[in-house]
Design a protein around this ligand. Sequence first.
Ligand code: 8GT
Length: 133
Amino acid sequence: MTIVKSIHIVAAVIRDERGRVLMVRKRGATVWQQPGGKRDADDADDLHTLARELHEELGCAMQREGARWLGRFSAPAANEPGHVVEAEVYEVAAEGPFEPRAEIEAVCWVDPAAPGELLIARLSREEILPRLA
Ligand SMILES: Nc1nc2c([nH]c(=O)n2[C@@H]2O[C@H](COP(=O)(O)OP(=O)(O)OP(=O)(O)O)[C@@H](O)[C@H]2O)c(=O)[nH]1
């Protein structure tokens, strides 16, 4: 029997004035994914996790007000073979800067209707971006 382990995360959709979606690439990874991460024991709720992760990864200030839950989505994990990522995904507004920090090596803005040749993690490519296009 194959045991599939789950990684539970909270992930963000942040859009610019043109509707493009902010994506990040972790150090050493080849694929782009949504900013976000795993809950810490101290986190009060999903939005607390998200605000903490967004500040750590990008230096930005997330606004809790207006946050919109897009759903719970899952896909094979981008960086951990044999794992499935299960994500609570929220569309949120945040005030920049949006610059790579901590384990994030690069950031980019992607048109969800035309992601082009970018290598995008399956959760984003198959579940999140198509709902935003
Ligand atoms: N944050 C995030 N993780 C994703 C996405 N898609 C996806 O497959 N994952 C997988 O879920 C894992 C979550 O790890 P993470 O590194 O973002 O979480 P974290 O910041 O809390 O990590 P750490 O506490 O291990 O440092 C990623 O390594 C990746 O394999 C996504 O869109 N966003």
